[in-house]
Design a protein around this ligand. Structure first.
Ligand code: PEP
Ligand code: MN
Length: 360
């Protein structure tokens, strides 16, 4: 798949004065619930009304969605409010039913994107459709897998494509439900600048009070839109209760967001920006150079460890490095979380280098 302006025609043609907004409940629960939320979202910035019809639940025994009956409720939403509709599809039956009920936008969920078999089946079922199809990132931070899914749809001649960044699973405890790993979304954007990129702060944060912040970061990174789970009675939602916001709160979030244009015609702004970007480029190069030097030293240590038959991993030494660097980072305005993650990555690379030497 090549980057091309054609990838975003469907979005550009909407001529929106704000980012694309997809909102609605995590799950369709009852006809009244679906219609009530839709009516409250009717005269807002919301462009597409989302509702989960079949829910992929991690453990069995939880609410797994109302099923096909919910599609009738979404048809009513469209009739009564004019809002276009969006649902998740995970197999051919879902696709066939969605098309039958004239759903406007379909997305592939994070648990489906991980499986090329599932994605291929969905792509085959959708072949040639002119519906908009969005691909959520896989639960694991694997850019190829994410792009591979988009490519399968592209090869099935689906022209209206986009991706949704919903964060990644992690074993570590963090303040996020799914860690954003922004650099992955940025890399995707660098490779496919015209592929519409939508952020899902609801599934990234898992908490409604963090949604504004994550949405703002996404817009600052030139994301094209937001998908935000919205419910009239979030605390009593049948799924994802902690992360849903009320329609009123959604309107407030949209008002509070600073919506920036990607470029500004003012020459001064442009030159300031490019100047700062140039400085960043220089520092990034220095970072890589410095890390390269560090690994060379690490290689020498590997040689010594090999001669002496000493284990690669020296836990005490490692813990003392970490402690010092966290303090050092703090004094320079770097969060403990970032310093830890960065040093873990550096340490891992160092171990890989030394293993290679010891096993050679
Ligand atoms: C959802 O959008 O409700 C959902 C299940 O999302 P994800 O596939 O990102 O977990
Ligand atoms: Mn959800």
């Amino acid at each position: 798949m090549e980057n091309s302006k054609a990838l975003r025609t469907w979005l550009d043609d909407m001529n929106l004065p704000h980012p694309l907004v997809i909102a609605g409940p995590c799950s369709a629960e009852t006809e009244d619930q679906v219609l009530q939320i839709a009516h409250e979202l009717k005269d807002t910035d919301v462009n597409y009304y989302r509702a989960g019809i079949w829910k992929p639940r991690t453990r069995p025994g939880n609410f797994e969605g109302v099923g096909a009956i919910g599609l009738k409720w979404l048809q009513k939403v469209k009739e009564e409010t004019g809002l276009k509709t969006a649902i998740e599809v995970a197999n051919k039956t879902h696709v066939d039913l969605a098309l039958e009920h004239d759903i406007d936008m379909l997305w592939i969920g994070a648990r489906s994107t991980v499986s090329p078999f599932i994605v291929q089946d969905i792509a085959d079922a959708l072949k040639g459709t002119d519906k908009i199809v969005l691909v959520k990132n896989p639960v694991n931070p694997d850019l190829s897998l994410w792009l591979g899914a988009v490519e399968r749809l592209h090869s099935a001649n689906i022209k209206k494509l986009g991706v949704i960044h919903r964060g990644f699973s992690t074993y570590e405890k963090t303040k996020y439900r799914n860690i954003p790993e922004w650099q992955l979304a940025i890399e995707l954007q660098t490779r496919f600048p015209d592929l519409p990129l939508i952020n899902d702060p609801s599934h990234i944060t898992g908490k409604r009070d963090m949604i504004l912040d994550v949405s703002q970061t996404a817009l600052d990174l030139n994301f094209d839109g937001l998908m935000i789970e919205t419910h009239c009675d979030p605390d009593n939602a049948w799924s994802d209760a902690a992360q849903q916001v009320t329609p009123k709160r959604l309107v407030q979030i949209m008002e509070d967001l600073r919506i920036r244009k990607e470029t500004d015609t003012e020459a001064e702004f442009k030159s300031q920006l490019s100047n700062l970007r140039a400085q960043i480029d220089i520092i990034d190069n220095q970072l890589i150079e410095t890390l390269g030097k560090r690994m060379k030293i690490s290689d020498s240590i590997g040689e010594i460890k090999k001669q002496r038959n000493v284990a690669v991993l020296q836990t005490n030494r490692w813990n003392s490095i970490l402690g010092k660097m966290i303090l050092e980072g703090e004094s320079r305005g770097l969060s403990e979380e970032f310093v830890l993650r960065m040093f873990k990555a550096i340490h891992q690379e160092s171990i890989n280098h030394q293993e290679k030497i010891i096993n050679s």
